[in-house]
Structure formats: C-alpha cells, structure tokens
Design a protein around this ligand. Sequence first.
Ligand code: RP5
Length: 164
Amino acid sequence: MTTTPPIAIIMGSQSDWATMRHAAETLDRLGVGYDARIVSAHRTPDRLYDFAKGAKAAGYKVIVAGAGGAAHLPGMTAALTPLPVFGVPVESKALSGVDSLHSIVQMPGGIPVGTLAIGKPGAINAALIAAAVLALSDPDLADRLDAFRAAQTAAVAEVPVDEA
Ligand code: RP5
C-alpha cells in the first residue's frame, strides 16, 4: 500500500523542474516526503482541477507550486483547495521572473498564496517553509530543521577567500 507524502511539489512545465528540483532536494535533506508533478494551469486545466480538488482528500498537507510567465498555477490551486499553498515564481526568459512574481503575489484578498523569491532561493525557501508548517506537529522534523539551520550557520566562514 502506498501512502501519500505530506508535500506535493507541482509545476507548470518540465522546464520548471530545473528550479523546482531545489525544493525537492531541500526536502530530501530534511527527510520530508513529497510527490513532484507537472500540472499546467493552461495546458492541462483538467489535471489542475482534479489535482487541486482532490489534494486534501489524497492526504497532502502542503502544496508547493512553481510556475513562470503568466503563472496562474499557484493561485488557481489555492482557489481550489483549503491546503496551504506556497508559490515559487520561476525565472522566465522574457522578463526574468518579474512577470511570474507579479502573477503569483498579487492574489485577491481571501485566496492566499504564500509567495517566495524568484528562482532557486524561492524554491529552497518554499520547501523550508512547507517543512516548518509540518514541524508544528512533528517534533522530530522540528529538530531536523534546527539542525539544518545550525549546519548552515556553521558553514559560514568568518573571513572571505579568493575564489578560482
Ligand atoms: C508556464 O510557462 C510554466 O510554468 C513555465 O515556467 C512557462 C514556460 O513553459 P514551457 O514553454 O517551457 O513549457 O506555464
């Protein structure tokens, strides 16, 4: 029997995976389970509807949604599910992701999407904030998040060096 992992990472296109894999890798580091799926608001609207309407019943707890350009995926997902949705603006070729950011962040009051930074930092932070939500009811995960922060702090040198 397969069980649904707590986090769904969804993205609008295969081309978003180069960014969204950083969310997946961050969850791997934290030992948090996830499914990664391509769900396009524009090219596969029925898949979006089915996924978002069924996400809670399927057992997901948090959704991380990345999209670029006319990035309607996070907002439409949030409109269709009561689960928390964190949006990652993927860096677009034409407008460097500012279009994605504005598309995701400017939600109307009442339908929230927690919007992260453009690109890789946003993908990493979406995973971290999703994990932090889960950690509220998972003390072991809370300990792993503390350890992640401590390791990150310990890895910062006090003196800069010349890089090759
Ligand atoms: C959006 O269009 C996707 O999220 C992607 O960021 C962007 C471009 O998609 P492709 O043309 O690369 O498939 O829906």
